[in-house]
Design a protein around this ligand. Structure first.
Ligand SMILES: Nc1ncnc2c1ncn2[C@@H]1O[C@H](COP(=O)(O)OP(=O)(O)OP(=O)(O)O)[C@@H](O)[C@H]1O
Ligand SMILES: [Mg+2]
Length: 380
């Protein structure tokens, strides 16, 4: 039986941002007490966690002392002290995802080598130690230079198309990856519990703005062929099984113009590309994560209704106390659901919330995305 239903069971989360906040919403239904550690005294989980502790996620002693109080420890961000987690594990605390898996994924170089060793399809790459190394690989261009560690939300990624652009490369250990002229970017969220039961969510598609090169919204289920869908789901399953990981894993992939599916990167936690599952699937990604790490049977991932998800980012030019302009107009549309993360202050591009839109008709869905995007703004 899942020990989570014994009296006094406690789950600890490293990180108290929006992902932790949505995890708590699911944990409440399982009647599970949650403790959260986050460096920010105003973190989104502050008022929702049963216990909230302010402290560094990367400091050995802080993570170790926090973790000692819990039966199971999990994460909502990868940048945590994995040595402390290994120590906790050796003392009997369950840590999911496993510390070794978090450590592997923290390093994009190790991650790529893992795909190579396990014959998981991924873009060709070369490891680099410093910026000057890039000059030795001119014939490998156009490429993408990626920082080995601590890149996040695209900050550790630079396109290097020509010799002139090498000056934008990183002067720290990284990897140079072939630029993929992809047809689509997709994501598959897969879960695995301690017994090895594995389930994938239907494929999600990242829809890019036709002119600006940025993700406009996410669409689920992806509009791709059954063949591509099967390939993507099989790859996601393979990755989590080969990692031997317990918990939830988001697998970001490219679909090339010739129909190949390549793994870009993974995140061993709940993910932005799974937010729509709260409304659109029988089980949400947050519930699935809890089921997986507490060794419960995994829930059905069946899609109930097509959905789109729009991130609510802080508008450019506004910094300060957040205000949500156009909220009522957006909410008046049928099938529009708002999620605000409880962040007091906005700044340009800060993730302040998201909007999920559900509609049985995919054309109407896309129309509503446009309406929401044009009316709803986070300003100060
Ligand atoms: N080899 C590649 N070819 C073409 N585009 C790429 C390649 N690698 C990355 N990109 C683009 O850059 C984006 C960010 O890259 P990646 O996911 O590796 O970095 P990240 O910093 O972890 O980003 P995020 O946190 O937003 O997921 C990808 O979503 C994709 O659009
Ligand atoms: Mg990414």
């Amino acid at each position: 039986m899942a020990t989570a239903f014994y009296q006094n069971f406690k789950l600890g989360i490293l990180g108290g941002g929006q992902l932790g906040r949505m995890m708590i919403q699911s944990a409440i239904d399982f009647n599970i007490d949650i403790g959260v550690l986050d460096p920010d005294a105003q973190a989104p989980c502050k008022h929702l966690a049963t216990y909230f502790q302010v402290g560094s996620l990367t400091d050995f002693d802080t993570v170790y002392q926090f973790g000692k109080n819990y039966d199971v420890v999990t994460i909502e961000i990868e940048n945590v002290n994995t040595e402390a987690l290994k120590q906790l594990q050796s003392e009997g605390v369950k840590v999911f995802p496993e510390p070794e898996v978090i450590a592997l994924i923290q390093d994009k170089r190790a991650q790529k080598l893992f795909y190579q060793q396990h014959h998981i399809p991924t873009a060709p790459f070369i490891l680099t130690e410093k910026q000057a190394d890039l000059y030795q690989h001119l014939s490998f261009l156009p490429a993408v230079h990626k920082l080995g560690r601590e890149g996040y939300d695209g900050r550790g990624v630079q396109k290097i198309r020509t010799e002139e652009e090498i000056k934008n490369g990183f002067d720290q250990p990284g990897l140079l990856e072939k630029l993929i002229d992809f047809d689509k970017e997709i994501s598959v969220i897969v879960a695995r519990n301690e017994q090895g039961e594995t389930k994938t969510f239907p494929v999600v598609e990242l829809v890019f703005h036709p002119e600006k090169n940025l993700v406009e919204y996410l669409f689920a289920p992806a509009q791709i062929s059954a063949e591509t869908e099967n390939k993507a789901e099989a790859i996601a399953r393979e990755v989590i099984q080969k990692l031997g990981m317990t918990g939830l894993l988001a697998v970001e992939m490219f679909v090339t113009k010739s129909g190949e599916v390549l793994v870009n990167e993974v995140a061993p936690r709940t993910h932005n590309s799974g937010h729509h599952t709260i409304e659109a699937n029988v089980t949400s990604q947050f519930e699935q994560h809890i089921r997986a790490i507490l060794n419960m049977p995994l829930g059905s991932t069946t899609t109930k209704v097509p959905a789109a998800m729009v991130n609510l980012l802080g508008e450019e030019g506004f910094t300060g106390l957040a205000r949500y302009e156009g909220l009522e107009k957006a909410l008046a549309l049928e099938g529009v659901k708002i999620h605000l993360y409880g962040k007091k202050m906005t700044k340009p591009f800060r993730k302040m919330g998201h909007v999920t839109i559900i509609d049985q008709n995919s054309e109407r869905l896309k129309e509503k995305v446009k309406q929401v995007k044009s009316s709803l703004k986070v300003i100060a």
